[in-house]
Design a protein around this ligand. Structure first.
Ligand code: GDP
Length: 393
């Protein structure tokens, strides 16, 4: 079976198991390594060739895909990852790294339940790091931290273990200060820590990574890693402690699935009647409930035309459904329903609650629209934050 076909089959199978889904975003200050990391995760999950990972817009080398001339579009990608004996479907939404795109970052956050915050170990937390953490927490999205470019501390800056530790701890402290200052719900402690396994370190460029759980699994400690990186044995490092496994394990273990996330998130972003059937259906991620889709992005596809991407909070999307679009008078008819698999949109018969869908036919929808099978209170409008705000913990 071709790789593509396998991916499609796996994704279709997993979309009916919300407990095995993680909807996530990678958020970072520009140049901190989001693109390189995304390529790495895709390669590690077998979605693109290992050799091309790290080059932006990596081309898939699978024969039939090469013929079809498909380029991986890192904007929305899905991958599968095995953890604890179960396959998981990880839907990754890209967020622009530049401060001017603050609005887009917030929109992406509405669709996901977890944000992997990437910080460059040399530069440390930057203004856009603050903005993305703020946006994530405002949307009720749980953060974890990946500290990237650790190879530079070792090979370029020639730091010793103590100096490195100090620097990495400073990054963690800075990020935690942001988290503490911004978490809305005071009962939730979303600060990250090495001990909990909510922080990982590594090099997206050289494809190695490390976390407390990974060290326990591989038996490699920081000293081993420093030595191998100093000796430029990066391939060995990658093979012994591959970044994609370390990060995807963290994603599956520490980010909530839609069933856990939606009961908490819906009240934060929707002001409708909490006692209504639709509130209950959204909280339950009910595939048999009324359809509720929150559109987070509209993009143009040269073949399919306008594609609306968004999170299905309740019900099941099917081709031909007539759906209300908030803020407009009439209904739109769904012309096609799809999922992102690998980097491509694949049409499917149906997309149930808990997934990120890509549909056509919603001519009246804009980013931010609530699309539903019954008239309902729309989701809160998405606040655009483009200025970092100074906060104190
Ligand atoms: P983005 O703007 O966050 O998407 O950042 P990119 O992934 O495009 O990376 C920005 C630059 O940093 C590129 O030149 C990458 O090759 C480089 N880079 C990314 N990750 C690492 C890393 O782990 N180590 C080193 N030394 N360079 C990296």
């Amino acid at each position: 079976m071709g790789r593509r076909k396998k991916i499609v089959e796996q994704c279709e199978r997993l979309m009916d198991h919300p407990d095995q889904i993680r909807n996530i975003a990678i958020a970072a200050h520009v140049d901190h390594g989001k693109t390189t990391l995304t390529d790495n995760l895709l390669a590690g999950a077998g979605m693109i060739s290992e050799d091309t990972a790290g080059e932006q817009l990596a081309m898939d080398t699978e024969e039939d895909e090469q013929e079809r001339g498909i380029t991986i579009d890192a904007a929305n990608v899905s991958m599968t990852h095995e953890y604890g004996g179960d396959d998981h479907l990880i839907n990754l939404i890209d967020t622009p790294g530049h401060v001017d795109f603050g609005g887009d970052v917030t929109r992406a956050m509405r669709a996901v339940d977890g944000a992997l915050v990437v910080v460059d170990a040399v530069e440390g937390a930057m203004p856009q790091t603050e903005t993305v953490v703020r946006q994530a927490l405002r949307e009720g999205v749980k953060p974890t931290l990946f500290i990237n470019k650790v190879d530079r501390l070792i090979s370029e800056l020639q730091e010793g273990p103590e100096e490195m530790q100090e620097r990495l701890l400073k990054v963690i402290q800075d990020v935690n200060e942001l988290i503490r200052g911004m978490t809305k719900d005071k009962d939730i402690d979303w600060t990250v820590s090495v001990e909990d396994g909510t922080v990982a370190f590594g090099s997206a460029l050289y494809k190695w990574g490390v976390s407390m759980p990974s060290m326990q699994e591989t038996g490699m400690d920081f000293g081993d890693i420093i030595q191998l990186e100093r000796d430029r044995k990066r391939q060995e490092l990658h093979e012994r402690t591959p970044l994609s496994d370390v990060v995807l394990d963290m994603v599956v273990k520490h980010f909530p699935n839609p069933v856990d996330a939606q009961p908490r998130r819906i009240p934060a972003v929707w002001r409708g009647d909490p006692e209504s059937d639709i509130a209950e259906e959204m909280a339950m991620v009910d595939p048999d409930g009324e359809v509720v889709l929150m559109v987070t992005d509209i993009s143009m596809d040269p073949h399919a035309g306008e594609i609306a991407t968004g999170r299905v909070f309740s019900g099941t999307l099917e081709k031909g459904q007539e759906l209300y679009v908030s803020g407009t008078a009439g209904k739109n008819r769904l012309q096609s329903v799809g999922l992102f698999m690998g980097g491509e949109r694949e049409e499917v018969d149906r997309v149930p609650a808990g997934n990120i869908a890509a549909v056509t036919g919603l001519a009246d929808a804009i980013a931010g629209s609530t699309v539903s099978s019954v008239e309902m209170t729309p989701f809160e409008s998405i606040e655009h934050i483009s200025e970092p705000v100074i906060t104190k913990s």
